[in-house]
Ligand binder design. Sequence first.
Ligand SMILES: [Mg+2]
Length: 417
Amino acid sequence: MSNKWVGLLDCNNFFVSCERLFRPELEGKPVLVLSSNDGCVVARSQEVKDIGVPMGVPYFQIKDIIKNEGITAFSSHFALYRDVSRRVFSVMSEELGGIQQYSIDEAFFLLDCHPEEIASHLRKIIAKKVGIPVSIGLSQTRTRAKYANMLAKKAKGIKLLSEQEWSFLAPKIPLAQIWGVGGKMEIKYKNHNLLTAYDLMSADPQQVRTLFGLMGLRLRDELKGVPVSTGVKKSDTQHTILNSRSFKKPTEELAVLADAIAYHLRHAAASMRAKSLETRSIRVFIRPSRHSDFVLQGGSKEIVLTQYTRDTVELSRLAKRALEQVYRPRVPYKQAGVVLGNLRPVGVNQPDLFSLPKDKNSDRLMKVLDNINAGKEGKDLLTVGSRLKQSEWQAKSDNRSPAYTTKWSDILTVKSQ
Ligand SMILES: [Mg+2]
């Protein structure tokens, strides 16, 4: 058993907190965020949760509630959320050294000692430097830390879940509340009479392996306090990265589609490199509106590469070729997107007899590109591929907050008396 603490830091109601950063008067008031194209609810403040608005509910169904309850609704503003996320994790990295980012608003970390002091320092410094409230759960494995984080949200933002307390709680924790157990898995465990965390911990390992495979066995270990994975291992590797968006208005023009595809490719490739992954397949898709007569005219084209790459220039060229193959004139397209597939962590070397030696310059160029873009407010300034006016194809988001942190034109104006 490891004597280290595994911590999970999770930003509270993240998208809502990002919006409140620049609208402090909304603190303590009900706020929600809608998915792109204002489709449905993707984030809720505590006040909205208390009113009883469920996650994922379509916007049109709650228009009256929003009005009657005085809820402020924002359209998703991913450039802002990505930027705030980057700030949170860079403060975290500065303080801790290595962290493992798990999602846009969560990251794991390891501590040897003083867990409570460090966690409390982290919360304070993130509040001071970024302005975002976070919760921190600490325990002996990632699965336990995730549960501790859930308790932290109900406590004062920090929960240290000791071995002793875990042993006490485990028989009372329904498996459904454990990270990664949901839907079909939950039912499967239930069918074998495994209802609580303790039930799985005390089940026979051979039987767990036979019934639930390696995943079940790993979960059992994690619950027992034996960490199975603290770094990026194969089971953690994301298999695809998708970047796509609907257009404000339909377009029939290849140039506009090419620009949207180039934009999505740049973002997908940068996010792939940020996660230290490389790809061997790229898929481009374009879709007409689901409600139009052209619904069957959409298309997608996948290109499988002979070797893994991280190179935006190479991927852009392939994306353009794929687009030209699926594009049909006089079809009003409503959405375009890019999927990078067959991902693997960089450094996994399975030499291919037929592959050419890697171009070292490409890696260097990509590093420069990512560094410059990370430094610039706006993230998309130095680009590869064509760029039209983005208003040609960008999503409809009537309630989007200004790009306070990523566009100079939207920066807050402070009035002095
Ligand atoms: Mg969160």
